[in-house]
Design a protein around this ligand. Structure first.
Ligand code: ACM
Length: 527
């Protein structure tokens, strides 16, 4: 299909109408093309009369748990820029925006939705509130990008006519934030959660512990935060109380993201080892660590206190985690023998099960036995040895599910180019086109991993070099949008169509106050 054409269906390239943040006396905003959305919807049928949101528009919601909350989110997104009251009212009506649950709409699954836009209004239908929430994100993106501004803008607020039916490709669409190398406050993480929600990310993996800092209160081992939480890379640290962690989990849940906390074991544990001398082989606590090396710390397999420590931590974290998964790390245990690694990871997996959860771990866990129901997170690159990939594939054949975070595609902390000031480059340079240039369904095909074994995609953001939201955003945007589309959209969509939608998203990001990296790989529109 030619660039700029408008008919789209089944993940064909999507056309874009370029819209601007406008002054009141400029021409009206062109109506955005239906389907001008990231991640690309499954099916887009443009046609019919557009609907314009006005000061008389109401948001009508089904009187069902979770639906009113989605309506309130929609109103909160739209009120500042439109200046309209947009009351959220129960029941249905002839016009306005309607949010409806249809338990019989099996084809929409747990997270899909249908958006029907006609001259009378916009009807969003889903089987679950999560689907309505994702549909609301699509509706946001169909409005001129000035709708994201936090002050009143001129409008008009027109949604193109037609129907979108949209179901995610994968159930796991994650983003990881490393709050250990640098600490990020609850408010800082909430800002990132809001940004993730816009792109239909549904998992927030929090890397809570590492050599440089322990970030979550554990009542039975209070020195973990009192001592281990006091540092970060290059300086002082911080940590979440349990109430703060619960607040963050609840905030994410309201935006339909599950939090998956990670306690990294048995390596990446210097903050814990520095907090409790008895965890160390010689009973001597090492110094706190504020550098950026990896692979030097390890728990001791032959000390019973190691297992008491792990079980207490896992029990307390499980108790404040409503989701059913805990991440137990398992990466870069370079100072742990294979035998000790196997012993510690086996006990950690037993603890996770004992406390009612299931395991996620980095793919090195496949060097030992993976618990039934385990999820394995692959973070290799094009350079990863065949034997390592085969080992992961064998674990998947034995029943593990695969989360794909190829570091030379999905790691948001890799530098875009050699001159980029922030980030690391051990996995290579990851420009925006490279972040988009892979297909999760075929990524492990050579090793015989069937497409169904892939649970989804996650984009990790490690923070050795990052300490502010502006720095996170420069690394995450626009590459997070590639990962979001890999996780949500079907098929191997062409870069050209993504590129066009990305150009439009650039303006949306600007309206949101997100300073994205203006990569030279994208022909950004002039502001
Ligand atoms: C990792 O990047 N060490 C999982």
């Amino acid at each position: 299909m030619a660039r700029g054409s408008t008919s789209v269906e089944g993940n064909q390239p999507v056309s874009v109408s370029r819209t601007n943040l406008r002054s009141p006396d400029s021409d009206p905003a062109p109506v955005s093309a239906l389907g001008n959305v990231v991640p690309a919807p499954s099916s887009v049928r443009p046609g019919g009369t557009p609907y314009t949101i006005t000061s008389a528009t109401a948001i009508r919601v089904d009187d069902a748990p979770g639906v009113r909350a989605v309506g309130d989110h929609l109103a909160a997104y739209l009120r500042p820029s439109t200046g309209y009251p947009l009351p959220v009212t129960p029941g249905s009506g002839a016009d306005g925006v309607q949010l409806r649950l249809d338990p019989a709409a099996g084809e929409l699954g747990d997270e899909g939705y249908r958006l029907e836009s006609t001259g009378d209004g916009v009807l969003l239908t889903a089987r679950e509130p999560a689907g309505l929430f994702h549909g609301v994100q699509t509706l946001r993106q169909l409005l001129p990008h000035a709708v994201e501004a936090d002050s009143e803008q001129p409008g008009p607020w027109t949604v193109p006519g037609g129907t979108i039916t949209d179901v995610p490709r994968y159930p796991y669409r994650g983003a990881m934030l490393d709050v250990s190398r640098h600490f990020f406050t609850v408010e800082q993480v909430k800002r990132y959660v809001d940004q993730l929600a816009l792109y239909k990310i549904n998992k927030l993996h929090l890397h809570l512990t590492d050599d440089q800092g322990w970030r979550i209160a554990v009542d039975s081992w209070p020195q973990l935060t009192a001592v281990g939480g006091s540092t970060s890379v290059g300086g002082t640290g911080g940590f979440y109380t349990k109430d703060q962690f619960r607040e963050l989990v609840e905030y994410a849940a309201e935006r339909h993201l599950d939090v998956i906390p990670e306690i990294d074991l048995p390596g990446h544990t210097n903050a814990a080892l520095a907090s409790y001398a008895e965890l160390n082989p010689d009973g001597q606590a090492p110094e706190l660590y504020t550098g950026t090396e990896v692979g030097f710390s390890s728990l001791c397999a032959d000390k019973p206190v190691t297992y008491e420590f792990m079980d207490d931590v896992i029990r307390e974290i499980a108790a404040i985690t409503p989701g059913d998964r805990l991440h137990i790390g398992g990466d870069e245990a370079d100072n742990t023998s294979a035998e000790d690694y196997a012993a510690i990871m086996a006990k950690a997996q037993e603890s996770v099960a004992r406390h009612g959860k299931e395991v996620v771990a980095w793919h090195q866990v496949t060097g030992t036995a993976v618990a039934d129901g385990g999820w394995v997170q692959y973070w290799g690159t094009d350079e990863t040895k065949k034997e390592e990939r085969e080992q992961v594939a064998a674990a998947v054949r034995a029943g593990a599910r695969l989360i794909l975070s190829p570091a030379d595609r999905a790691y948001l902390d890799m530098k875009y180019d050699g001159e980029f000031a922030l980030g690391l480059s051990w996995a290579g340079l990851v420009e925006v086109d490279r972040s988009y240039d892979w297909d999760p369904a075929t990524y492990f095909a050579e090793e015989g991993v069937p497409a169904e074994a892939v649970l989804g995609v996650e984009a990790p953001l490690w923070t050795e070099t990052l300490s502010t939201n502006a720095e996170l955003e420069l690394m995450a945007f626009p590459r997070l949008l590639s990962a979001a589309e890999k996780g949500w959209s079907r098929g191997d969509l062409p870069w050209e169509g993504f590129h066009e939608r990305l150009v439009d998203q650039g303006r949306r990001l600007t309206a949101l106050g997100i300073a994205y990296h203006p990569s030279p790989k994208v022909e950004w529109a002039a502001e």
